[in-house]
Design a protein around this ligand. Structure first.
Ligand code: FAD
Length: 348
């Protein structure tokens, strides 16, 4: 049975950084994530968006930050179990046993939960034709901006994601329209104003308050019928691609049944990132404590604390203070991990 020192649930930015710090302590780690790729919300929801508040980067695309984090982690030989949801956590004599939805069981001395908003999925549009054309012109995330080049795109929504994508898509798409069921936008005022200015220059079309009546086409989306939320008067737009950004539903999922003390759908931690279960730590969006901010920057700090605590749990001979990486005599990761796991485990 594959055994690691520290098992990390969630390979979002915070889980990846926790793994890095586990590696800095010369311990082995496994990351389990339900998504098929690392990066959490950055990969699934906004890979192409720029992030402006990660220290050291004036701006960086979300997907590049994830690539850099994976690269930073590589010297420590991380083992990823992707596309696997962590379903069951049990205490065993040697620490913990975690079982995935695929029935694979992993053992670890300590656990870090960096599960973000839990198992999340985009809120789906509800209108005739939507299910039929999902992935045939209806998408809930922009995975590749270039694939929209020269297309007529309709963005649905009024929050940050919708407005940000209108601003990004207008530079590559043939045309960009946005519909939102309210007159006011939930997005930041600055980007909303940029979008309104773009519509005044004729670069994008904004329809408010409008909703999707139905989606039509043969093998792919060809047009969308929208209606005014008040008058119900319909209008038809010739469209190639619909990008729906009407939020997402998040569920803590199986983690809620692990006996952890929760506040809403988040895990309560103290200032050592300890949960109520000894040996189980939490960090990132999934944890809550007074003053908690749901930001990548704060998640990184929490990850460093959680990882060093988890390291001491896995190897009580270690001190909590990791020392400074700049004082290391060799580049991090040049030594093999203390408890290496077979690379074949990566398939699990
Ligand atoms: C549109 C958008 C823009 C944003 N912009 C910024 C920004 O500019 N700056 C900033 O600081 N923050 C921003 N954020 C917030 C930021 O993305 C989050 O704070 C960050 O992703 C939290 O990282 P995390 O690793 O804690 O969680 P996540 O990124 O949510 O990753 C958690 C991972 O855990 C996995 N998981 C959950 N439950 C299980 C389970 N049971 N089994 C297996 N895997 C599981 C999930 O699949 C997911 O991959 C933005 C968020 C959104 C949605």
């Amino acid at each position: 049975m594959p055994k690691t020192d520290v098992l990390i649930v969630g390979a979002g930015p915070v889980g990846l950084f926790a793994a890095f710090y586990v590696g800095m302590r010369d311990l082995s780690m496994r990351l389990v994530d339900a998504l098929p790729e690392p990066g959490g919300q950055l990969t699934a929801l906004y890979p192409e968006k720029y992030i402006y508040d990660v220290a050291g980067y004036p701006k960086i695309r979300a997907k590049e930050l994830v690539t850099n984090q994976v690269q930073q982690l590589e010297p420590f030989h991380p083992v990823f179990s992707l596309g696997a949801r962590a379903d069951k956590l049990e205490r065993i004599e040697a620490g913990f046993a975690l079982t995935t939805d695929k029935g694979v069981r992993f053992e670890a001395s300590s656990i870090i939960i960096a599960g973000g908003v839990g198992a999340f999925e985009p809120r789906k549009l509800v209108a005739p034709g939507v299910t039929e054309f999902e992935n045939k012109g209806i998408a809930y995330a922009v995975k590749n901006l270039e694939s929209y080049r020269g297309k007529r795109v309709l963005v649905v929504g009024g929050g940050d994601s919708a407005v940000d994508w209108v601003l990004m898509l207008k530079d590559v798409a043939k045309s960009v329209s946005l519909i939102h069921r309210r007159d006011s936008f939930r997005a930041h005022a600055a980007t909303t104003n940029q979008m309104i200015a773009a519509s005044e220059r004729g670069e994008v079309q904004i329809f408010t308050p409008f909703e999707v009546a139905r989606v039509e086409g043969t093998n792919h989306v060809e047009r969308v019928v929208i209606y005014h939320s008040g008058s119900k008067v319909e209008q038809t737009l010739e469209i190639d691609e619909i990008v729906s950004m009407v939020g997402y539903l998040s569920k803590l999922g199986p983690i809620a049944d692990w006996g952890l003390e929760l506040e809403g759908n988040r895990i309560k931690v103290n200032n050592m990132m300890e949960t109520n279960i000894k040996g189980v730590f939490a960090c990132g969006d999934i944890c809550v404590f007074p003053g908690k901010l749901k930001l990548i920057a704060t998640g990184y700090g929490e990850a460093a604390i959680a990882a060093n605590q988890a390291a001491v749990t896995a190897n009580p001979d270690l001190k909590f203070e990791p020392g400074h990486s700049s004082e290391a005599k060799e580049a991090p990761g040049t030594k093999p991990a203390v408890a290496p796991v077979s690379s074949s485990d990566a398939a699990h």
